[in-house]
Design a protein around this ligand. Structure first.
Ligand code: SF4
Length: 300
């Protein structure tokens, strides 16, 4: 059987040539360089992490469900290749949940892995809410308002998200809210507004989100907007097609819906209803009561 290792395949090929009496093969400098760099990558050690000094337990690739909770109905699984590809590993220290969460937060707040973002940000926007939440919202990245306050979803879109949470019969403090990227994407000097994070930036920051998920262990997650969906699932389909779908992220059912800012620009009752139906699906999965009044929100 052919090996997956190109160096081994090359060695086998050269041995066969020699045995068959063929003249010696010569490798071009480019081919030699390419093989050398492949060999180096193969034997390269992973990047050290901020936690490298501690005796720690690794963040596991999937999140076990809480035994005291009713298991959620199965969602469509996503293969690891279609999910965020963290570029380094983060190891949580041993200890109880509050101390591990505090360590994670402190580590993120001191992070400068993305030097261009670390020098631009005012502060790292780690996340906010209940560390024991059953429901976790995930957005894309902090904007100027969030960067200023250090809290995700505090601008106009954030205020709308708060209203959406309250319409579900919950308080903002009941859920957990985080972004895929913890630092505001940098902008050219004197340029207003915000930009979308790149996939590479989101991958670099993914270990923090994964550790948050591992510690919180929500029963349901809701991805807010196309960029968050792309960062989490690598799915670039239009949100009009994606919204309302259940996916799975690190073993947790993930509902895809529009970002609240979409509703600020498309505030028709039809679009509001679509988002509300997505949130009702999350409520059903969480076995939250849904009153007749709630069922009727945003109907014509
Ligand atoms: S975006 Fe994430 S990984 Fe990059 S510097 Fe900020 S906290 Fe660190």
């Amino acid at each position: 059987m052919k090996s997956q290792d190109p160096i081994e395949n090359l060695k086998t090929h050269l041995r066969r040539r020699k045995t068959s009496g063929a003249p010696p093969a010569r490798l071009s400098p480019e081919a030699r360089s390419s093989m050398e760099s492949w060999k180096k990558r193969k034997h390269a050690k992973p990047d050290p992490t901020p936690a490298a000094k501690s005796t720690t337990s690794p963040v596991t690739p999937s999140v076990p469900s809480r035994s005291t909770r009713t298991p959620a109905a199965p969602a469509a699984p996503a293969s690891p290749q279609t999910q965020a590809q963290p570029q380094w590993s983060l190891q949580l220290p041993e200890g109880d949940k509050p101390s591990r969460f505090a360590w994670l937060r402190d580590t993120a707040l001191a992070c400068s892995r993305c030097s261009h973002l670390a020098s631009f940000r005012k502060q790292v926007v780690f996340g906010v809410g209940n560390p024991d939440a059953s429901l976790m919202f995930v957005g894309e990245a902090p904007g100027a308002d969030e960067d200023e306050q250090g809290i995700p979803f505090v601008g106009r879109a954030g205020q709308l998200l708060t209203k959406m949470i309250e319409a579900m019969g919950l308080k903002r403090d009941d859920v957990y809210i985080a972004n895929v990227l913890k630092c505001r994407p940098d902008m050219p000097p004197n340029t207003p507004g915000n930009r979308k994070p790149t996939l590479s930036e989101m991958d670099t920051c993914a270990p923090y989100l994964h550790a948050q998920i591992e510690l919180i262990r929500p029963r349901v997650m809701v991805a807010l907007g196309a960029t968050a969906v792309q960062g989490l699932l690598r799915d670039t389909s239009p949100m009009g097609k994606l919204r309302g779908q259940w996916r799975e992220y690190r073993g947790i059912p993930l509902m895809l819906t529009y970002h609240p800012s979409y509703l600020l620009h498309n505030s028709s009752i039809t679009e509001k209803r679509k988002v509300w139906e997505d949130l009702m699906k999350a409520m059903e999965k969480l076995e939250l009561p849904i009153s007749d009044k709630q069922k009727g929100y945003f109907l014509q």
